[in-house]
Design a protein around this ligand. Structure first.
Ligand code: F6P
Ligand code: MG
Length: 443
């Protein structure tokens, strides 16, 4: 049997995983505690003394967890009774079974992907035990702020989209292809703006994203845009039948500027007929600081529609129309906020896997999705993307990711060495990106 390479983990001292668990995660927890504390008055206004008690309870729970993390205590089963609690506890058992020499699963000794996801789920547990503030989104403020700070870039992007659509020439393949590439790359680079890598420090888009694209081309290490285009424009479905219209699925990543770039891409695709329907997939709990929840999705379309800027507001209005018409649908599934590698999906979330099998193209946004696609393992850089997926291939899929963690597959021989010689942080700085495609129908 094939044994995959080991999971990235904080047990490798000095690794990016180690630095994240040692430095970045406690910083994020401290920010969460501060946010809850600063919201105390609002809790009081809304709920009276019980609101203040809840604030105290949540803070003491989170401080305890931060201490356990920093002193590498065992990871404990969840004790709330949410819908996903059992799945989490089964996964902990699975991790325990993988530990050697009777060691316990703990913050620094276990896979980074697992403990990092666990931290976000534990924040949810802290709130679960702190009614009535159970559905307080501790990251809302940061997400909102990053949207407002990206205002100018959003306006220029919306303007570019509206003007492009006015002059759209859907019969002109070259025009379509060039614009498709532009919007795909804007969505790709939108992934730079996540708040988790910066531990919640501001991270917004200040300049027009369109003008910088030519300069950024050079930083795209794998560019499979042509293959994505072929999937979209081939008349036949892989089964041989005539296509009735492309179904595109977007596994969303961050709110703020990145979400706007995804909505712009989806709007373009539907407006020019490259896709008939777009299915967005978001998170059901606040996740990795800036990931999109349904509230963020609705808030973003509403804010955009309410803008004073004519092109921005007409984008927002159009987006709401796509939702109303059913061309756009928004979906949630607990699997997106579980710690599993995606190759576990057929066994652990078969319903989601079969939903995705109905797609013509799945776009996976961002770094965390890439880590889950590849299992967050220490793969050789030249291993083909398809092999690192380990059987996860419900439909043709493409990762749009800026590199923020040390896993990267599918490179040419020598490419990684050359990059490492120029820039020791090439895998984690967010400066490089990939548009990486794989299809079950490729020979
Ligand atoms: O802890 C930081 C980090 O986990 C990255 O290394 C990572 O995967 C990222 O946050 C989230 O990035 P993205 O929003 O692109 O998934
Ligand atoms: Mg994210």
């Amino acid at each position: 049997v094939f044994i995959p390479p080991p999971s990235l983990s904080a047990k490798f001292e000095g690794s990016f995983a180690y630095l994240t668990v040692r430095d970045r995660l406690p910083t994020i927890l401290t920010k969460v505690i501060d946010t809850i504390h600063r919201t105390k008055n609002d809790f009081f206004q809304k709920h009276g003394e019980v609101g203040v008690d809840a604030e105290k309870r949540a803070i003491s729970f989170l401080s305890k967890m931060r201490n356990e993390l920093q002193t590498d205590k065992p990871v404990l089963p969840l004790t709330d009774s949410a819908d996903d609690t059992e799945a989490w506890n089964r996964y902990l058992q699975r991790q325990q079974d993988l530990m050697e020499n009777g060691q316990l699963v703990s913050w620094f000794k276990s896979p980074w992907l697992y403990v990092e996801c666990y931290m976000y789920r534990k924040i949810q547990e802290a709130l679960y035990f702190s009614p009535p503030i159970c559905d307080f989104d501790v990251f809302k403020e940061g997400k909102t702020q990053s949207f407002f700070e990206s205002q100018q870039a959003i306006i220029s992007l919306c303007t570019f989209l509206r003007e492009s659509l006015v002059s759209a020439d859907n019969a002109n393949r070259k025009w379509l292809f060039e614009h498709f590439l532009t919007f795909l790359q804007v969505s790709l680079w939108g992934n730079r703006c996540d708040l988790s890598i910066s531990a919640g420090q501001e991270n917004s888009q200040k300049t027009s994203p369109i003008h910088s694209l030519p300069d950024l081309r050079h930083f795209i290490l794998v560019d499979d845009s042509d293959k994505v285009w072929s999937v979209l424009t081939s008349k036949q479905s892989p089964g041989g039948q005539e296509k009735t219209g492309v179904r595109l699925d977007i596994i969303l990543d961050n709110a703020g500027f990145e979400l706007v770039t995804d909505l712009v891409l989806a709007d373009f695709m539907v407006s020019v007929g490259l896709a008939k329907e777009v299915h967005f997939h978001g998170k059901s709990i606040p996740w990795f600081v800036s990931d999109v929840t349904s509230r963020d999705f609705d808030w973003t379309t509403s804010q955009t529609a309410a803008s004073n800027h004519k092109h921005m507001s007409s984008c927002g209005v159009q987006w709401k129309r796509h939702v109303k018409d059913g061309a756009w649908t928004y979906h949630e599934h607990p699997f997106w906020t579980l710690p599993h590698e995606f190759c576990d999906m057929p066994a652990d979330a078969p319903d989601l896997y079969s939903t995705l099998q109905r797609s013509d193209l799945i776009l996976f946004k961002g770094d965390l999705n890439y880590r889950r696609l590849t299992g967050d393992r220490a793969w050789e850089h030249t291993v083909p993307f398809g092999r690192a997926l380990r059987g996860f291939l419900p439909a043709p899929l493409c990762s749009l990711r800026t590199l923020k963690a040390n896993v990267q597959v599918g490179l040419e021989p020598g490419q990684a060495e050359k990059l490492a010689a120029q820039d020791t942080e090439w895998m984690t700085s967010g400066k490089y990106a990939v548009i990486q495609f794989c299809s079950p129908f490729e020979e």
